[in-house]
Design a protein around this ligand. Sequence first.
Ligand code: ZN
Length: 345
Amino acid sequence: MNQRTHSWIAIRAIALLEDEKEERNLVRLLKPHARKATVGAWIPDQIDAKRGGSSTENHVLKIEPYAGDHRGRFITRKKELLRRIGTFRKTAQLLQNDSSLDADWWAAPYKGDVRKRGQHLPNRAMALSTMMKDLLLMGNPRIDQLIPGRVRFAQYMDPKTRTEEEAVAMYFFMLSHFVADASMPCHCDGRYLAGYARGLHKELEAHWSRKVGTGFEKANLLQPDTVLTDAQARADASRVLERARDVGAKFNLDFKNSVPGLRPKHDVWLELVDLCRASFAVASIIAPPAQYPYHSKRKAPFKTVFSGANGQLLKEVNKAVLHDAVLNTAIVWKHVWNKVAAEES
Ligand SMILES: [Zn+2]
């Protein structure tokens, strides 16, 4: 996704949590900073961030057929994958309704092409989300007020080292970037055709950002010189969230206004591995391996794969990817928040 779409996903995720009404304090923390999602949600794709933790390998889990010694470990049958990701996800519904990927496809092993051990998208999301739990506990008194339970060590910390709301909101936005990327089929497909500059990937992202519209462009979200009263700022944040809901309506996204937890016994890493595996399956529906073999250099232009009768597929892909990018972001955020906000027993 490009900057506009990443901004929209993060802001729509705040609106989803607001509509769900369960995590009011998390919404209190994030909503005033909604416009700044355009910065935080895009930092991981900035060229300068590559000097830090944002090398390209950390944005992708490029999956491909696997022929190594541990084949059994890398087979996830359709029923099992759907059980793990849950049919409340639109991606799962798309896979459930699909018959183009047959039983042989689902019986084969697939694995991420991880060049350096441990270096991939689920790792990056796991690392960031784990650190965020610590940073939330080290929050300043205003963050502390939003989190039930006492943090006894905080009193000994130098006040300057305590996490500010602006900082933690930005970390939430950065995290949304990685969760959204796991929901994007081309980020999870090891084929040549899924590379950013090779057609499909870039064209699909351009298609989404045209619909998201210029309202979510950085220049239109950031208002550096405006000074607002508290009431004006609250009204402004509500308007930004409302605009994000309107964009969702353009894609016919029907959010159920409920944000489930991670699958029981899952952590962010396992959850994202399964989401990447599902996104890889979606990529294989868009560009069927019979026509676009996994090791070929054939490109799959947007116009070709979504032409004619496949126009319907495009609508389904839009819905599945964008709905789930928002929902998955809200799920992972809520998981981070609930870990620290759980009442002391
Ligand atoms: Zn990215």
